[in-house]
Ligand binder design. Structure first.
Ligand code: G3P
Length: 221
């Protein structure tokens, strides 16, 4: 699997749940094929098997727990996430944070299962500590901009640069940025700064015409 340059995080939006999740996954796949760009999706964990069996684009889980086989009722095990067809996992999203030790455990479990790891950070200092854990990708998302109208690329270009700098002090882990991303200009700014691409949710999911937003985003790559 090539690492995606755009990942659409379905979260638990109504327009990305049930049949709408399947439809959105098909739209992402179609946009990826037509534009020849790497678009991935992060679906609700319960949808991994249903959606990954229908689309041929990278499918990420939104969460994995730092547990191994055993007595862990209600937990999401990396092994089962991989078994059900996921290609990767989002770890430590701002809406689903975990301590650094757990991030380390989860990265190891995911790598043992062949899953790509995308670890989210909410500030540049954490990016340095996470980079040392050797994830496959890092995403920087300032929590206060998530779901809003102001994009991280407009509001915090210096923090993005600082995050990149901190990561590269440790190793060359590709960086995505997210929060308030809406269009091709935002993706272009993110790429000009040196990131690989974007993690996006509301800008696609809440759009009246999801396909045209996806194509606009991809056009800037
Ligand atoms: O994971 C993506 C995310 O948190 C950004 O959300 O709605 O600002 O694109 P949004």
């Amino acid at each position: 699997m090539n690492l995606p340059t755009i990942i659409v995080n379905f979260k638990t939006y109504e327009k990305a749940s049930g049949d709408a999740a399947r439809d959105l996954a098909f739209k992402c796949e179609k946009s990826a094929k037509e534009t020849d760009k790497e678009i991935g999706i992060a679906v609700q964990n319960a949808d991994i098997q249903r959606i990954s069996s229908k689309v041929d684009i990278p499918v990420f889980a939104q969460h994995v727990d730092p547990v191994d086989f055993g007595s862990n009722t209600g937990s999401d095990l990396a092994h089962t996430i991989a078994y059900n067809g996921a290609d990767g996992v989002i770890i430590n999203h701002s809406e689903d944070q975990m301590p650094l030790d757990d991030i380390k455990t989860v990265i190891k479990h995911c790598h043992d299962e062949g899953l790509e790891t995308l670890v989210c950070v909410d500030e540049p200092g954490l990016a340095r500590r996470v980079a040392a854990l050797e994830p496959d990708m890092i995403a920087f998302e300032p929590p206060e901009l998530i779901g809003g109208d102001t994009s991280v690329t407009d509001a915090e270009p210096d923090l993005i640069k600082e995050t990149l700098h901190n990561i590269r002090e440790k190793r060359d882990v590709p960086l995505l940025v997210g929060a308030g991303i809406k269009d091709a200009d935002d993706v272009e700014t993110a790429r000009d700064i040196g990131t690989r691409g974007v993690l996006i949710a509301s800008g696609v999911i809440k759009a009246d015409d999801q396909r045209s937003v996806l194509e606009d985003l991809a056009s800037s790559l």
